[in-house]
Design a protein around this ligand. Structure first.
Ligand code: 26Q
Length: 832
């Protein structure tokens, strides 16, 4: 083969001397392709390009290698007689694409060689990618794992959501406090997406409705919106692991329609023209953080309706284009509602079928309920979405009429089943009429779906017993459980290449597609040589994280021989990061009493964002950092305890932390965490868990073996009983000396440079209300942590437990979850 001529040497008309440089995957072809893309798309030569530009060129090179499969899959979906799953979600927390795509395409080897020969470091290029942070946390990341599994398993699927211009804010820590910074993820462009303007759709807002009866006596309603917004789709391919399928993620961006803008402009109404443009473009500007106070945010309702309407219109357009009758819509499409955020879709599909496609109510209702199913992700009553009726009436007048009609028919059904039970009717109504009136979105989603699922066994049980109990009594067969799962591609193969290699050497790489095969590792837990290899791998990964933190966080050093004790997740009182801090202070006090105490060295790692409007969560961040400042600098501690809050937690940071943890903190108040998914990521990567009987922890513990899990705390039932019996946390404070000392040290201002008021809101809450029962669980947590410390001293035994944790986590692959959805909810076949 001839030597390559780079565009730099040969000028832009370099002669092609290699295979097709859009699709070929040999090292030489990849080199040529990267340089071509660098020159022709980025406009840079090899030497002048910085790493960011090189990253973009490489990303285009990889995308080229996906396009053929992607377009073929989209065509297949339309033509074949398969049902298409549409995953509707206001959030997709995809994380970086490049490294994941290389694993899926099995291209890492040749790409690494090609990049190295072009004098760049692949890992540095991978670090250049600014991840699309289009989600808050668990729910958004779950959507991303499910897209990965559906592509891998050959389930025809489309992810529909919002292309936020600004994703989840970035977090800086300033003097221990969270500071929010705008996320500019698009500022260097996004090589993974393709804008498809010819697939744009229009969405109305506001205005009024007009009813008419035609000459045949047929009654119909027309909605005349006050403004129209254009939705433009941006598509990103979703690759499966070594699969020929590439599904589509279609995210909608709102833009002004030319006609609306220019009509006003041309008639001299410049201000009106600008206002309508601003209105339109605002809708997809920014992702809402899951704040405490989410009610009444008009823009959020606009976002929800916007992307849901765009997506339904897109499905109907394709449905009709492939020549199918609208009456058979539900045979081709299965729509999963990721929480209630897209649940306005129930009313929108009814409107489209009736007002725009002329179906009668009963037929439209049959189609709608056979199409939708709803996943609930929360048990916290304050987190159930409700929209003020007044807001609904002004923004979506036709939808409100439809919701009233759905409600009238539904309440009749309830009346037939349960005579004379007005309290039940009031609870089940789609409209909350106590005081200010609201539309209850969870009720709408439940009534409009054929299946409703919780995300872990306990959560589903509590949904049936509590939050949706009345609905369960009416329709018990509607309720199913689908325990969450996470993708082993990103969370093991990409995040933890060291452990992956060690496992693959023993059992082959079948586990990547079939995680149950990890069970073949079980016998090696008793193999001394494998244990020592496993523990060396674990240490290497800890060193990798320590080096990263040293480099990124002004010279902080972590001791890789200490236990890495990690809690990374959104900051929320129910997740109890502050219980973790109470433990740290307990150890600190023990050292202060006896500086020579023989204690197990620990590094406490925290990460997570607080909603900007959530005062207590932000104070908890300050609390962690303040305690860290004292503990890390106290000479008596002699570096045996280190507390470190990693700023700006994200998917890519998670990929570094999960593999390096020895201990995973899953310490929510029982009955509050719907499932949790970080718990799974840690355990698959060999961390042991300290946790409560909450969410999926229960199932993880059953899977890994009770002896390999550190359990503490009250059960959900005990929590409930305590709360009805009248819980008095101050009595616990008064009767527990160690706890009292912890609380008193905080109150004294010891961790707040003498300011005894700074953490007063935390202390006052714990002593007087303690809604999340930290004090009730305190002693049990401390005793359990003491057992953890003891266990870590026998590193060989610890390693054995670690291997068994990984070996027994097969069930928590998102492939299994998708299989459950496919069989029990969507009625689609998987290839797996
Ligand atoms: C709602 C209205 C207005 C603005 C924001 C929101 C909003 C946004 C995001 C409300 C909630 C969320 C996110 C919720 C979430 O992440 N829940 C988590 O879902 C995981 C996946 O099922 C579970 O594992 C977690 O237990 C659950 O907390």
């Amino acid at each position: 083969m001839q030597k390559l001529a780079s565009p730099e040497q040969a000028g832009p008309i370099a002669v092609r001397v290699v295979e097709d440089d859009r699709t070929a995957t040999s090292k030489e072809a990849l080199k040529q392709a990267i340089l071509d893309n660098l020159f022709y798309i980025i406009g840079r030569t090899q030497n002048a390009a910085n790493d960011q530009e090189f990253y973009s060129a490489l990303a285009y090179t990889v995308r080229d290698r996906i396009l053929a499969q992607w377009l073929a899959t989209i065509k297949d979906h339309a033509t074949h007689d398969t049902r298409i799953v549409c995953y509707l979600s206001a959030e997709f927390l995809m994380g970086p694409y490049l490294a994941n795509s290389l694993v899926n395409l099995q291209l890492e080897g040749p790409v690494r060689e090609a990049v190295t020969e072009l004098d760049r470091d692949l890992d540095r290029l991978i670090e250049q990618e600014s991840e699309p942070g289009l989600g808050n946390g668990g729910l958004g990341r779950l959507a991303a794992c499910y897209l990965d599994s559906m592509a891998t398993m050959g389930v025809p699927a489309v992810g529909y959501g919002i292309r936020y211009e600004f994703g989840i804010f970035h977090q800086r820590i300033d003097d221990g406090w969270q500071v929010e910074l705008t996320d500019h993820w698009l500022s260097y462009g996004n090589p993974w997406e393709i804008r498809r303007p010819h697939r744009s759709v229009e969405v109305g807002f506001g205005g009024h409705t007009e009813a008419a009866t035609d000459s045949d006596g047929k009654y119909s309603v027309r909605w005349i919106p006050a403004s129209i917004v254009k939705g433009v789709p941006y598509d990103t391919p979703i690759l499966g692991y070594r699969s020929r399928v590439a599904n589509n993620l279609r995210l909608w961006r709102s833009e002004a329609t030319e006609s609306f803008y220019f009509d006003r402009f041309n008639s001299g109404d410049y201000q009106g023209a600008v206002a309508s443009k601003v209105f339109a473009e605002n809708i997809t500007k920014v992702l809402y953080p899951n704040d405490e106070e989410i009610q009444g945010k008009e823009l959020r309702l606009q976002q929800q309706y916007f992307f849901t309407s765009c997506s339904l219109k897109d499905m109907i357009r394709l449905h009709l284009r492939i020549g199918r009758p609208i009456e058979a819509f539900h045979e081709k499409w299965a729509i999963q509602l990721n929480d209630t955020h897209p649940s306005i879709g129930v009313a929108e599909l009814m409107r489209l079928l009736i007002d725009e496609h002329g179906l009668d109510w009963d037929k439209a209702w049959e189609i709608t309920t056979h199409t939708f199913s709803y996943t609930n992700h929360t048990l916290l009553p304050e987190a159930l979405e409700r929209w003020p009726l007044s807001l609904f009436a002004s923004l979506l007048p036709r939808h409100l009429e439809i919701i009233y009609e759905i409600n009238a028919r539904f309440l009749n059904e309830v009346r037939m089943r349960f005579y004379n039970d007005p309290a039940r009717l009031a609870r089940m109504s789609l409209i909350d009429e106590q005081g200010e009136r609201y539309v209850r979105m969870a009720n709408l989603a439940t009534v409009g779906s054929h299946k409703v699922n919780g995300v872990a066994e306990l959560h589903t049980q509590l949904l049936k017993a509590d939050v949706l109990h009345d609905f369960y009594e009416l329709w018990p067969e509607k309720f199913v459980n689908v325990t969450n799962g996470v993708t082993p591609r990103r969370w093991i193969a990409v995040a933890n290449p060291e452990q992956s290699a060690a496992m693959t050497r023993k059992i082959g790489n079948g586990w990547i597609r079939n995680l149950d095969q990890l069970s073949q590792l079980e016998p090696y837990a008793d193999d001394r040589a494998f244990r020592s290899e496993w523990s060396k791998v674990q240490r290497d990964v800890k060193v990798r994280l320590a080096n990263y933190i040293h480099k990124e966080c002004d010279g902080i050093s972590l001791d890789p021989d200490s236990m890495f004790d990690a809690q990374v997740k959104r900051i929320h009182e129910y997740k109890r990061q502050h219980l973790n801090v109470l433990h740290i202070i307990t150890l600190y006090n023990r050292i202060k009493h006896n500086p020579n105490l023989d204690i197990t060295p620990r590094t406490f790692l925290f990460g997570g964002k607080a909603a900007p409007g959530y005062f207590m969560a932000k104070l908890i961040i300050k609390f962690i950092n303040s305690v860290g400042e004292v503990v890390n600098n106290d000479p008596d501690v002699k570096h045996r305890l280190k507390v470190f809050f990693l700023p700006d937690y994200s998917v890519s940071l998670g990929q570094k932390i999960y593999p390096s943890a020895d201990l995973s903190e899953q310490i929510s108040t029982a009955g509050k965490e719907a499932s949790g998914t970080g718990n799974m990521k840690f355990s698959m990567n060999g961390a042991l868990t300290i946790g409560t009987l909450d969410g999926a922890n229960i199932e993880i513990r059953d899977a890994v073996g009770h002896e390999n899990f550190f359990l503490f705390g009250l059960t959900a039932e005990q929590v409930r009983q305590k709360q009805v019996a009248g819980y008095r946390p101050r009595e616990i404070y008064e009767s527990n000396a160690a706890l009292r000392e912890v609380i008193d040290t905080i109150s004294s201002g010891h961790f707040s440079r003498g300011d005894s008021n700074l953490f007063r809101p935390i202390i006052d809450d714990l002593l007087n209300r303690d809604q999340y029962l930290l004090l009730a669980d305190y002693q049990s947590y401390i005793d359990c942590q003491d057992k953890v410390s003891e266990a870590f001293r026998d590193i060989d035994q610890w390693t054995k437990m670690s291997i068994l944790n990984t070996a027994r986590m097969g069930r928590f692959s998102s492939d299994r979850s998708i299989d459950d959805y496919s069989r029990n909810i969507w009625n689609v076949k998987t290839l797996a």
